[in-house]
Design a protein around this ligand. Structure first.
Ligand code: AMP
Ligand code: MG
Length: 314
């Protein structure tokens, strides 16, 4: 990427503006994390409720330590193994991170992304960048610059185009702020890979009720295309309307059917782009075969179940 564009992006961030940028997971809507007014603009642009905390992106582990009140040995180990990469670590925050970013929580989610454009931006900026996915709240995350322009164009000062995202779904989020590590959001860094480094990690559902590390912002409906999406097998598709079926095992005889990649990484990289395309085509419904139940499909199962959750009543 042209260094002048990076310099322009940093100047805009310094001036309190929003800049969308590519990461290896999805495109982010970035603001200077040390500027509360700029952070506020993220919530307004996305229509994001104040109860949903933002992930803060850092240039390196030293920057992460400077924002964490406690940087436990487990964080050092996981950052050493998976950073830069698609893993967010939730640790106690220092006061320099405002309460708005963390939805009032005493903890902050930190991540060092590995996309070269994101890294160049963070290094040139020298300050941390708060960035949720660059899409309206509850909608599909963007995996190309065009997706960002379609949904948020007018509220963003600049969109850096770094091509399609390599991972394609949001980062794994693990909390290290309580008595036991807790997986708050599955992603392509798997629970098993994390456990190889730091030992047992609980799933959010396995945590004792009222655990201090509960995860706000994990709304049941999330990551949804505009077209209603259901999980169903080829022999139980919706009877009404014109729909399309996405499958791993068998196409549906009576309806347009598209195969999904059988490799979970390839499927993650393709999934949102495909749903964005289908959303443009005016189907009445999208049906997806229930994903495999093995661990390497955990993150894709999570996203598809949320995408299929019913919209809240108005
Ligand atoms: P997004 O930036 O849209 O990918 O969403 C970030 C998600 O990370 C939030 O919705 C939370 O589920 C999680 N998260 C971020 N910061 C924290 C935190 N301090 N504590 C718990 N979960 C967090
Ligand atoms: Mg998001």
């Amino acid at each position: 990427m042209d260094p002048q564009l990076i310099a322009q992006a940093v100047a805009l961030l310094r001036a309190g503006q929003l800049v969308a940028f590519p990461t290896e997971t999805v495109y982010g809507l970035g603001a200077n994390a040390l500027d509360p007014a700029a952070v506020e603009r993220i919530f307004t642009a996305k229509g994001r409720p104040p109860t949903s905390p933002l992930i803060v992106h850092v240039a390196d582990v030293a920057m992460a330590r400077s924002l964490a009140l406690v940087w436990p040995p487990s964080a050092e180990k996981l950052a050493g193994r998976f950073w830069p990469g698609p893993l967010t670590l939730v640790v106690p925050k220092r006061p320099v991170i405002c309460d708005r970013i963390t939805a009032g929580l005493p903890t902050v989610g930190l991540r060092m992304p590995r996309h070269p454009v994101a890294l160049a931006l963070l290094r040139e900026a020298g300050f941390p960048i708060a960035a949720p996915s660059a899409n309206p709240f509850t909608r599909l995350s963007p995996t190309t610059a065009a997706h960002v322009c379609e949904s948020l164009g007018s509220s963003v000062s600049l969109v850096l185009d770094g091509g399609p995202c390599e991972v394609g779904i949001e980062s794994t989020v693990v909390s290290l702020s309580g008595p036991q590590p807790l997986l708050l959001r599955p992603g392509m860094v798997s629970r098993e890979q994390i456990e190889d480094v730091i030992g047992p990690v609980l799933l959010a559902a396995e945590a004792p009720p009222g655990a201090p590390q509960e995860s706000p912002g994990q709304h049941p409906r999330h990551y949804s295309p505009r077209t209603p999406l259901t999980l169903s097998n080829h022999d139980a598709l919706p009877a009404q309307g014109r729909g399309v079926f996405l499958y791993w095992s068998n196409p549906a005889p009576a309806c347009p059917s598209l195969p999904l990649p059988k490799n979970p990484s390839e499927c993650a990289a393709r999934l949102y782009g495909l749903l964005h395309e289908l959303d443009q085509q005016g189907w009445d419904w999208i049906a997806v075969e229930p994903p495999p139940t093995t661990p390497e499909w955990h993150a894709i199962r999570d996203r598809l179940h949320r995408a299929a959750a019913p919209a809240p009543l108005p």
